[in-house]
Design a protein around this ligand. Structure first.
Ligand code: IPD
Ligand code: CA
Ligand code: CA
Ligand code: CA
Length: 268
């Protein structure tokens, strides 16, 4: 993908994101037709589905050769990363959306032949857009984000993670995680993986750990983080695979390796 193509797709996607966000804000107080998916706490609403459909219809019409991976199933099932792929989470943080009516985001990552080219995370209620193009820096609205602090110390780090890390889980011995949360300065849980990644890129949080994330939770955020030096991968330190669900660590470069080594101690 050359710079001109990247710019054209970026501008088109950005306009669609603002439109989709306005539609969510305009309809969110109407009945949401809430359903559950894998378990009673895994929610989906009519606006998750309509928003994904909004993007899929427009992409099919304007870029018929592009592929789509979307959470709500309107996209394609892909087994390889050739060509241009849009990875879409129409509403990341559906539980926040339903219960709190805030702190949720539209998240989109656009890859070409497996390389992250364009990333967006749109905090819909805050009207804040985090965005990046490969090699051109990352931005929060019109302000460029600074490269991440290379001197960050683990004992001064704020880490996003949810409380399941401290319960029995399949990834890491929770007693090791109890030690971990006492090692860092503080922990936070905001309920939207995409916004957690945006905060790592912004430098207001230094890492985000997740026990299981899908490609659409992180695609936009990983591309944005790459522009400021944020490192993303699985809990064993392997690079991110855009076709696979996995546990994830996204962190400031000066503490990423420390976290991976810490997790090794309790890795199952
Ligand atoms: C969820 C959110 C949540 C994370 C879950 C995700 P969804 O995405 O990002 O913060 O803990 O693992 O599934 O379902 O609201 O798009
Ligand atoms: Ca969901
Ligand atoms: Ca999600
Ligand atoms: Ca979602």
């Amino acid at each position: 993908m050359d710079q001109q193509q990247r710019q054209e797709i970026y501008e088109t996607a950005r306009q669609w994101i603002y439109e989709a966000g306005a539609q969510i804000r305009g309809h969110m107080n109407e009945p949401l037709d809430i359903e559950t998916k894998s378990n009673p706490n895994d929610l989906v609403t009519v606006l998750d589905k309509q928003t994904e459909k909004f993007f899929v219809d427009r992409i099919h019409h304007r870029y018929p050769e592009h592929h789509i991976i979307g959470e709500e199933g309107f996209g394609d099932t892909l087994s390889q990363v050739d060509g241009t792929i849009w990875i879409i989470d129409p509403i990341d943080g559906t539980m926040n959306f339903v219960h709190q009516k805030r702190t949720f985001a539209i998240s989109i990552g656009i890859l070409h032949n497996g390389v992250g080219e364009i990333g967006f995370i749109y905090d819909v209620m805050d009207d804040t857009l985090y965005h990046a193009k490969r090699g051109e820096g990352a931005f929060k609205n019109d302000s460029q984000l600074a490269p991440l602090d290379k001197e960050k110390k683990i004992k001064e780090a704020i880490v996003g993670m949810n409380h399941f890390w401290l319960c029995d889980n399949k990834v890491v011995d929770y007693t090791v995680m109890q030690k971990f949360v006492r090692t860092v300065r503080g922990t936070r849980t905001i309920g939207s993986a995409a916004l957690e990644l945006a905060h790592v890129a912004e430098g207001v949080q230094d890492a985000y750990l997740a026990l299981s994330l899908a490609p659409w939770d992180v695609a936009g955020g990983i591309i944005i983080n790459a522009e400021v030096g944020g490192i993303a991968g699985d809990v064993d330190g392997n690079p991110w695979n855009p076709l696979k669900r996995s546990a994830a660590v996204v962190a400031n470069p000066s503490i990423h390796n420390y976290i991976i080594e810490f997790l090794k101690e309790g890795r199952k």
